[in-house]
Design a protein around this ligand. Structure first.
Ligand code: ATP
Ligand code: MG
Ligand code: MG
Ligand code: MG
Length: 471
């Protein structure tokens, strides 16, 4: 049977409720009391205080479907079948309650019995030394030993500095040869899209001191995560996360606005998928109260919107379209996230404003950048001067990352130090201007009211560079 995305979300939560879990609402994308993270990037992240014992969980078994943003995956978006900057992570959690045995058994039961995946296409992996997990898969679930993969730290050990950590076990689904890279040795764990990683069961059983010493925890925990969109890919048997029911509807809207057809050219398809993803991220971020700015989370949002706007241009869309597209995001996801519906007008307004701001300068900026690249080509230069990148930023609203990306597509790079220096210079000038005004006895706020960005902008960028880790 073909289950829809909204149905699968419900099925997961109900399954774990039937196993004694408390189903909790998704937490905001904005971390609460956690400076280590710019945006929530896993189901576990907002539950950290329960894992560390800082707070008492409402129940020792919890299940969620958590909205996540991973800007670290931004380069993959549109290019792989399985990565979005936005996705939903389904998870079941045990705080010192059940451990490996139940976690693995339920993972298997859900995948093979509840949603009915073919067991012969599923492959588990375990951490190198984790014989305990290996044996559960082999002896209790009945997977032949040669179908269970043992991987090293990079893939199968979950650790984040000091604190609770442990090995994990993942489940991959073989989508068939036609999705493979065709390279010799392509098998489970290959980075291509044939063996798609769907679920990660983390067994937090150690406390790490961050220096390589691990102590066995008295209360062991379970933290699992499965991408809802990826689950839908394998259940619905479609090509990519952009082909599952809800995302396909959105993708079709993108094609409609651009008057292009999907699957006619790879280059066009990348832009279509990228816009489909970025508008989802932007809609959800704004619904959680994030506004486009030049620092931190706001910068991530601005970068996503402007990147989508540029790809809209590549597809030939001239006027604002993101504010219209968000309707389709709301339509597809309001089932699980009623806040989207509640904030509809606000989301539209913010997107329209941001689009409007950028659309006034984007064409000019792109044209100027094009000229800069021509000149670099003529002079046999590889690196764009920092002051030029700064001009694009300051006058045309190009986030540095966007400039960098366009340059890289043509084999160029940018002098980032020079960019920062130009930024600093501007800042000093703004400061001086304020001092002079002050000295003359005038109200400095008058100056700010002319261009409020002048004073806030540069401070913001510094914050981004020094404090914020973009994940
Ligand atoms: P991959 O190796 O495919 O990048 P991952 O190992 O980084 O995935 P985890 O950190 O283990 O992913 O996250 C748990 C689950 O969340 C994954 O098994 C996958 O189903 C889902 N997931 C992770 N990143 C993304 C993404 N960018 N888009 C959609 N789903 C994702
Ligand atoms: Mg990843
Ligand atoms: Mg992985
Ligand atoms: Mg993983």
């Amino acid at each position: 049977k073909q289950y829809g995305v909204n149905e699968l979300r419900k099925m997961f939560l109900e399954f774990f409720e039937s196993k004694g879990h408390l189903a909790m609402k998704s937490f905001s994308l904005v971390p609460h009391n956690d400076n280590s993270l710019l945006l929530i990037n896993s189901g576990m992240a907002p539950l950290k205080p329960y894992f560390t014992g800082q707070e008492i969980p409402p129940r020792n078994r919890v299940t969620t479907c958590q909205k996540c943003i991973r800007t670290g995956d931004i380069e993959n978006v549109g290019k792989t079948a399985r990565h979005g900057t936005f996705f939903e992570m389904l998870g079941n959690f045990s705080f010192g309650d059940y451990f490996k045995q139940d976690a693995i058994a339920w993972t298997w039961e859900f995948l093979t019995e509840v949603v009915g995946l073919d067991p012969d296409r599923l492959y588990p992996s375990v951490y190198l030394d984790d014989d305990e997990a290996f044996e559960i898969w082999e002896k209790e679930i009945g997977i032949p030993a040669d179908r269970i993969f043992r991987f090293g730290k990079e893939d199968n050990f979950w650790e984040h500095g000091a604190g609770p950590c442990g090995p994990c076990s993942e489940v991959y689904y073989d989508r068939g040869e036609e999705y493979g890279c065709g390279k010799p040795g392509c098998t489970v764990g290959c980075d291509c899209d044939r063996y798609m990683e769907v679920w990660n069961d983390v067994f937090t059983q150690f406390e790490s001191d961050g220096k390589g010493n691990y102590e066995e925890l008295e209360h062991k925990n379970i933290d699992t995560g499965m991408g809802l969109e990826r689950l839908a890919v394998v259940v619905q048997g479609v090509d990519s996360i952009f082909d599952v029911d809800t995302l396909q509807a959105l993708r079709n809207k993108v094609c409609e606005f651009a008057n292009v057809t999907y699957k006619e050219s790879e280059e066009t398809d990348v832009s279509i998928r990228l816009i489909t993803d970025h508008i989802r991220s932007a809609t959800f971020m704004i619904s959680d109260g994030i506004m486009p700015t030049n620092e931190g989370r706001g910068y991530v949002l601005r970068r996503l919107i402007r990147r989508a706007a540029r790809h809209g241009r590549l597809l030939g869309i001239q006027d604002g379209f993101l504010a219209k597209l968000c309707e389709s995001v709301i339509e597809g996801s309001r089932d699980g996230y009623p806040e989207l519906e509640e904030k509809r007008d606000f989301i539209i307004k913010v997107l329209a404003q941001e689009e409007d701001k950028f659309s006034k300068t984007i064409d000019q900026g792109l044209h100027i950048l094009e000229e800069m690249m021509q000149e670099m080509k003529a002079n046999n230069e590889k690196t764009l001067a920092g002051e030029h990148a700064f001009k694009l930023y300051d006058t045309y609203g190009f986030p540095l990352d966007l400039t960098k990306e366009i340059l890289e597509e043509e084999g160029f790079n940018v002098d980032e130090e020079g960019f920062k220096a130009s930024m600093e210079e501007q800042r000093q000038m703004a400061r001086k201007a304020r001092k002079v005004t002050n000295y003359m006895g005038a109200d400095v706020t008058v100056y700010e009211s002319i261009d409020p960005a002048i004073t806030s902008r540069f401070v913001g960028y510094e914050t981004l560079n020094h404090n914020s880790k973009i994940t």
